[in-house]
Ligand binder design. Sequence first.
Ligand SMILES: [Zn+2]
Length: 291
Amino acid sequence: MKRLSLALLIVFAMPVSAQELATAFKSTEVAPGIHLVEGADGFGGGNISLLIGKQYVMLVDDGLEPIAKILQEYVQGVAGRPINFVVNTHVHGDHAGGNAYFAENGTVVVAHENIRRRLLEDADPAGGPAGLPVLTFEDGVNFYLDGIEARVFHLPHAHTDGDAGILFPGLNVLQAGDMFFNGLFPFIDLDNGGSVNGYISAQRRLLEMTSPDTKIIPGHGPLASRADLEKDLATLIEARALVQAMVDDGKTEDQIVAANPLAKFHDNYNWGFITTERMTRTLYRDLTNGQ
Ligand SMILES: [Zn+2]
């Protein structure tokens, strides 16, 4: 492992993934031409999708830097040809970590302008400077890959300030990036431009794009339905209100944590990276603007 970025340290700090990094990948075809790719025997990073058109091949996200070569060989094997494009859903190293390796092997990296801006400051989450996007967008960009249409769209200040979701309208598949952690407390990265209001707005926008049978690929967690996203959105709105009520009562951050207003969600939503305490502190910090 040649580089341990902060994002990777965060990943490694997750007790839930006391599991090792994946040494192999597996894929499931969720709709004709779209495969969900994930680690087969360990943590492979955030969820990845692989689009295989007749001529063009595209990845959405490319996992962790140390296992980029394994991923690249795997997806190229599944597709039967080189990967033309990779689109990043956001800047974190468990989603963009393979950028440099893929770029060095001929893949065009596409991402929101804010991802490039952040990577110019610190390229580690993309596996180094070679992983910087060479094609960026502000509001969105559309791909037409031999009959598969992919609409990449930006949702501002949600998980970060460079988030993209991808809608495959012909196939009724939506990739949500880390604007959806299926069944887990979400990581809202306030230090990278994320916000709770933005996250809630983003999930509402995502819901508007779905029908009851839309397949939703979350950033983390299993393939989801609209009902799953509705449930997590309702949880976040209620969690925010519970913390807001205590802020309004003049409670300090530590008093609120001690009172544990999110206790009712703990058994279902607590996980190693975003514990109930961390979710509470994130909501407090967001609601009080970091005071
Ligand atoms: Zn992330």
